[in-house]
Design a protein around this ligand. Structure first.
Ligand code: F3S
Length: 65
């Protein structure tokens, strides 16, 4: 099971996560990321999780296998 975490302090609202991984991330009213899942990445969404983590310029997203 893959786990995903978001460091909200590090997020600067670049928006790549919710564009690339809309099943896992949402934006709040100010464009900051909100994680839609509770830590565990649902089956089939691992690629979205990796994409989001790899593309966040602030390194705010971490995935662990
Ligand atoms: Fe924030 Fe990174 Fe997403 S800065 S909005 S977590 S791409």
């Amino acid at each position: 099971m893959m786990r995903i975490t978001l460091d909200s302090e590090a997020c600067q609202g670049h928006g790549r996560c919710y564009t690339l991984a809309p099943d896992l991330f949402d934006s709040d009213d100010e464009g900051y990321a909100v994680l839609k899942v509770d830590g565990e990445v649902p089956a089939g969404m691992e690629e979205q999780a990796r994409l989001a983590a790899d593309n966040c310029p602030e390194f705010a997203i971490t995935v662990e296998d």
